[in-house]
Ligand binder design. Structure first.
Ligand SMILES: Cc1ncc(COP(=O)(O)O)c(C=O)c1O
Length: 297
């Protein structure tokens, strides 16, 4: 569902947001799209365990756990940080994933960094027979196929389509179904400019680019200014945004509009890719530091 953002913009620019966050409370936004064909395939080939990877507040970990429960397949999360093993009950993401039946394998940051190496994957497959492995962030060819269903025919009327980028899977699907006259802008949630090369492997069109200016210091980092912006945005629109992905994108778009980066009369579609479950964890950290909290959870 596309919802108009009723905040007046200069130059007669109109902004709409596609509420993918409303698809499911936990298998939300791009996670729903990324898991759809992967879970189907896992069931089809008789897999008995979905294994995936993530950090302390990972949207993908929780979504995989919820999908496993919904479709009757066991799940295992390989979690970055051994210290989290004794803190599951204090961590809203991991404790809910655990309630959905997910088991965990906590590993050090060093071991976690090797998770894509062939020997690491082979060991997992040896240990967990009949398992189906999903990469961190859930991006693979079937995930991109799912993300190709985000844009529908009626979205062709938009001049710009914008989404947050982490591993590049979501934007790749969006680019693949976009129209030639549309420009797709990805807002990187990570510092660095390696994402364009990753995305080029999944797409053949060239009507897109990655904006690296709104990561707010890097992955998972938030500033007081961003939190205030998101609270104000919620007060004006009743639309909740997460501060790690979509919040940074929406801040970026508003800033770019103010700086006249879009032509007059542009119609912009933002993709709300979910991630709202992570807010509780962010608020917990900010509460300890006596900082402004996100007021919608
Ligand atoms: C809420 C949210 N939005 C956007 C993204 C970015 O998606 P991708 O990793 O496919 O680039 C993620 C990460 O998967 C996410 O959790």
């Amino acid at each position: 569902m596309n919802q108009k953002i009723n905040i007046k913009q200069p130059n007669n620019i109109e902004i709409y947001i596609k509420r993918e966050d409303l698809l499911h409370p936990y298998i939300s936004g791009n996670k729903f799209r990324k898991l759809k064909y992967n879970v189907q395939k896992a069931i089809e080939i008789g897999s008995e365990l979905l294994i995936t990877f993530g950090g302390a507040y990972s949207n993908h970990i929780l979504a995989t756990a919820a999908a496993g429960k919904k479709y009757g397949i066991a799940t295992l999360g390989v979690i970055r940080g051994e210290e989290l093993e004794s803190k599951v009950s204090e961590n809203p993401t991991l404790s809910l994933a655990n309630e959905f039946g997910m088991q965990f394998l906590f590993v050090s940051r060093e071991v976690y960094s090797k998770k894509e190496e062939a020997s690491f994957i082979e060991d997992l497959i040896k240990k967990y027979k009949k398992s189906y492995i999903l990469p961190e962030g859930g991006t693979n060819d079937l995930a991109i196929k799912g993300c190709e269903e985000i844009l529908i025919e009626e979205d062709a009327s938009f001049d710009y389509v914008c989404c947050a980028v982490g591993t590049g899977g979501t934007i790749s699907g969006i680019i693949n179904t976009s129209k030639e006259h549309q420009k797709i802008i990805g807002f990187s949630a990570l510092k660095g400019d390696f994402l364009s090369d990753v995305i080029r492997k999944f797409v053949s069109k060239s009507n897109w680019y990655i904006n690296n200016e709104y990561h707010f210091g890097g992955y998972g980092k938030v500033t007081d200014e961003l939190i205030t912006f998101l609270n104000n945005f919620y007060n004006s629109t009743s639309i909740p945004l997460d501060p790690i992905y979509t919040g940074k994108m929406v801040y970026g778009i508003f800033d770019m509009i103010q700086k006249n980066k879009f032509p007059e009369n542009s119609k912009i579609l933002l993709i709300h890719t979910g991630g709202l479950q992570g807010i509780k964890g962010i608020n917990k950290v900010r509460l300890k530091k006596n900082k402004e909290l996100l007021k919608y959870v």
